[in-house]
Design a protein around this ligand. Structure first.
Ligand SMILES: [Zn+2]
Length: 237
């Protein structure tokens, strides 16, 4: 096949642009899949689940605090009643009975107060835990917004770059010979379509060609198309 050897560098450039376009398309698909935002969404869901668990734990603690308050009030009321009975009683046996009950009540009151302190401490901790989760959620929301914005900006830049690469390729294809282009497109389906022959190495498949093959290639005139005997790529001599 006769060729204009000046077209070969353009064909090399076309191959380079095709590789660039493929890389850009791959990155566009990656950005479009929104994997970064998706990872943040997964974390957000986990934080939301944790927040509702903490809220339900907190509700339980608050119910326990209220129950302890009611119990304490009952005990205090009973103590007040016993003290009144004690003041108005003159029967030694009754007085001993009331005093005994007052001792038991005092012990019970102490226990309830201690339990109340523990519960209030738990309620404070639970509040702190909830605040921390809310803060983390807010941070994740900010990250999600930033990731979404960054992805949109990157996508716009990639799309415009791809447009320019595609435009360059259209321009190159216009100046290239149809038959040469057809051959190039046919070879590139299988692999690298064009490579530079450097010493005895094919730039497309990186194979070392035999001296016989190199000799045959050198014997070809400059306007004759040379192809690698190993990978059939178009060779630039
Ligand atoms: Zn080759």
């Amino acid at each position: 096949m006769k060729i204009d050897s000046n077209q070969l560098p353009e064909l090399m450039r076309l191959q380079q642009l095709l590789a660039e376009a493929a890389k850009l398309e791959k990155r566009i698909r990656q950005v479009e899949s929104g994997e970064q935002a998706e990872a943040i969404r997964v974390s957000l869901l986990a934080q939301s689940a944790m927040a509702s668990q903490l809220l339900s734990d907190h509700d339980q603690v608050e119910r326990d605090v209220r129950r302890a308050e009611v119990d304490l009030e009952l005990v205090e009321k009973r103590i007040a009643q016993d003290n009144q009975r004690l003041a108005s009683s003159s029967d030694a046996k009754v007085i001993t009975g009331i005093q005994h009950e007052l001792e038991t009540l005092a012990k019970r009151k102490g226990e309830l107060e201690e339990a109340q302190l523990v519960l209030m401490e738990a309620a404070d901790q639970s509040n702190l835990g909830q605040e921390a989760v809310q803060l983390h959620r807010k941070q994740l929301q900010t990250e999600l917004t930033a990731a979404t914005e960054n992805a949109a900006a990157e996508l716009s830049a990639l799309t415009s770059e791809l447009g320019s690469v595609n435009g360059d390729m259209v321009g190159i294809r216009k100046v290239l010979d149809d038959e040469l282009l057809e051959l190039f497109d046919k070879i590139r389906v299988r692999g690298t379509a064009i490579g530079r022959l450097k010493d005895s190495t094919c730039g497309a498949c990186n194979m070392n060609l035999t001296s016989t093959a190199v000799g045959q290639l050198s014997a070809l005139s400059q306007d004759e198309l040379a192809r690698c005997p190993e990978c059939s790529a178009i060779l630039v001599r």
